[in-house]
Design a binder for this molecule. Structure first.
Ligand code: NAD
Length: 264
């Protein structure tokens, strides 16, 4: 353990189970001395999140559905009453109808386009808006994105369009909040087998492709993402804002592999 986050308090949004990227991030932050609160969506998840939070010494497990403004307000009111301030925020939330995470992007419905943008893009702005008011002495916010924002990836479809918008919003938020000492960044994670990812068509094949074709010739873990999140959320990352940091075993730098590439 290290003390990079000693005395810092933060909210982790998007923990569903011990496979969640939010869990890798929470562990890394807790290990660095941070005090954590968690928000979960829906009563069914509470019984999974409670014991995980307890493992990291937290009993602050609060409901929040980010599609509902009143629910977001209730979360931040509660957080403000308990803590009065906030040092960091992790947004590890995304959603799209899984029927549209296969087949062609061109067939995306208006309803699911709007839903995906609402939950996967606007929600980050909505929570940063509330967090800003609690980050009186500066702070750091982090969201999660994917390479499908930059290049066409099979089946990612409307989520690719949503992640592109999310990455753009990171840059706008960074500019707005920079003068208050609040940093806003994203991690672009390589494919990881989580609940959300299991909705994506051919996900096993995508993971294999990444493993064969990335410079490190492996997939990343939630602990890899946790380490990079710790960098961005701690004072180690003090000079970095508006950034999209790739934690993808280097996959995004490769244009083409040599003929003998599948060498693992
Ligand atoms: P996950 O299923 O563990 O987490 C997704 C979370 O989103 C869940 O906790 C779910 O409850 C929450 N959520 C969905 N709708 C919500 C709503 N309306 N209100 C509140 N919470 C809601 O999966 P994950 O892969 O850990 O996903 C976390 C983030 O990482 C997502 O933004 C995802 O797009 C991103 N990401 C995942 C991968 C991957 O391969 N797994 C790669 C890059 C980026």
């Amino acid at each position: 353990s290290n003390q990079l986050m000693a005395g810092k308090r933060g909210l982790i949004m998007g923990l569903a189970n011990d496979k969640s990227i939010a869990w890798g991030i929470a562990r890394a932050l807790s290990n660095a001395g941070a005090e954590l609160a968690f928000s979960y969506q829906g009563e069914a998840l509470k019984k999974r999140v409670d014991p995980l939070a307890a493992q990291l010494g937290s009993d602050m497990v609060l409901p929040c559905d980010v599609s509902d403004e009143a629910s977001i307000d209730a979360l931040f009111t509660e957080l403000n009453e308990r803590w009065g301030g906030l040092d960091f925020l992790v947004h590890a939330i995304g959603f799209s109808d899984k029927n549209e995470l296969r087949g062609r992007y061109v067939d995306t419905s208006r309803a699911n386009f709007a839903l995906s943008m609402d939950i996967s893009v606007y929600s980050f702005t909505a929570v940063v808006q509330r967090a800003e008011k609690m980050m009186k002495s500066g702070g750091a916010c982090l969201t999660l994105t994917y390479y499908g924002a930059e290049r066409v990836m099979p089946h990612y479809n409307v989520m690719g369009v949503a992640k592109a918008a999310l990455e753009a919003s990171v840059r706008y938020l960074a500019e707005d909040l920079g003068k208050d000492g609040i940093r806003v960044n994203a991690i672009s994670a390589g494919p990881i087998k989580t609940l959300a990812a299991s909705g994506i068509g051919d996900f096993r094949y995508i993971m294999k492709w990444n493993e064969y074709n990335s410079p490190l010739r492996r997939n990343v873990t939630i602990d890899d993402v946790g380490g990079s999140a710790l960098y961005l959320l701690s004072d180690l990352g003090a000079g970095t804002t508006g950034e999209v940091l790739h934690v993808d075993a280097g996959y995004h730098v490769v244009g083409m592999k040599a003929v003998d590439a599948p060498d693992i």
